[in-house]
Design a protein around this ligand. Structure first.
Ligand code: SF4
Length: 330
């Protein structure tokens, strides 16, 4: 592992000052389950200066706000979310999604902020290959084994999928995030937070957080009467793994009529893939098993699978059907 220096600030302001001082050589260190592996594998974008934010107070909580929504601190452990009675009562689909992230042991270490902002999990990148994302000139995922962790919806230079499960669930709930920046707090939707690969401060990343910004909080609006949601996930290894495909659904119902819909696929694209054509198709229709069977024909029409991963598109469509069927039957 390369030599690193660790800072332990006690305030957000101090952490931002340190990040600003070292530029892209520094990185935020929270749960460490993603960052430490990047360091161990000597990835080009791994930082030299770690800014350990665990000593900063008030970033680890799950609490109800005055409007009936819920605020979750970025340092909240995934295990704490999985065991939260408040979340289970208000957003059971989010708890369902979090319980499918990794293993119980890793959920005890991983934070919500870390899950949202994690690096992609392409086996070539994690194996230290000099691929395009790691400072080289070739994408091994595009030409090698792309069965599991690569996009079936196209890509540009990198074909790795966005690996997080919390983001698709939170987009379905219309959640927002707060970022501390040198010029004050900034608010984005979760969809804006993770738009897929782009260059930010000279680094390729799936999210838009700049080198001197810190994700502090996720804000979920109050659940509305008649809102129903589900999360489904298929993974190579049943106990713990990243999604080969996942589907987060949110339906706003009046009796059985769908007034509004959110459909977000995970594991198939470089970003949580919000499928607006299915959302439009569902609006105004009556939720039923028959509709569940019709919806996949509207989904993922722009799919562009690689040599070995076309099955991911079938999986995603199958999850869409099963999610709608479950909501129709409940
Ligand atoms: S998919 Fe991305 S991370 Fe994987 S080999 Fe290609 S460029 Fe590297």
């Amino acid at each position: 592992m390369k030599k690193i220096s660790v800072y332990r600030p006690t305030t957000i302001e101090e952490a931002i000052q340190i990040l600003s001082l070292h530029g892209t050589e520094a990185g935020v260190y929270a749960g460490g389950t993603d960052l430490l592996i990047r360091l161990k594998n000597r990835l080009k974008q791994a930082p030299t200066y770690l800014v350990d934010i665990k000593k900063i107070n008030n970033l680890r909580y799950i609490k109800e706000d005055a409007q009936g929504g819920v605020r979750i601190g970025a340092l909240t452990k995934l295990a704490e979310m999985a065991e939260s009675d408040l979340l289970a009562r208000k957003y059971p689909m989010l708890v369902q999604a979090v319980k499918m992230i990794s293993s119980p042991e890793l959920r005890n270490a991983s934070t919500l902020g870390g899950d949202l902002l994690q690096e992609v999990w392409c086996q070539y990148l994690r194996g230290g290959y000099s691929c395009w994302r790691n400072g080289g000139y070739i994408c091994y995922g595009a030409i090698g084994d792309n069965s599991y962790y690569h996009s079936a919806m196209g890509g540009r230079l990198c074909y790795a999928v966005y690996p997080g499960d919390a983001a698709p669930a939170l987009i379905t709930l219309d959640a927002k995030v707060k970022l501390a920046t040198p010029s004050g707090m900034k608010e984005l939707t979760v969809e804006q937070l993770v738009p897929g690969d782009m260059m930010v401060d000279g680094r390729i990343q799936s999210h838009v957080v700049r080198f001197n910004e810190i994700l502090t909080e996720v804000v979920i609006p109050p659940p509305r009467p008649g809102f129903r949601a589900s999360f489904e996930k298929l993974r190579p290894r049943g106990v713990w793994d990243f999604a080969m495909a996942s589907t987060a659904l949110g339906l706003q119902l009046r009796d059985k009529t769908i007034e509004d819909a959110r459909v977000v696929f995970g594991g198939i694209s470089g970003k949580p893939f919000r499928e607006r054509s299915v959302e439009e198709f569902l609006k105004g229709k009556t939720l039923s098993a028959e509709l569940a069977g019709q919806a996949p024909s509207q989904a993922l029409r722009d799919a562009a699978p690689l040599k070995y991963n076309a099955t991911k598109i079938d999986m995603a469509k199958g999850l869409l059907t099963s999610g709608l069927e479950k909501l129709a039957a409940s």
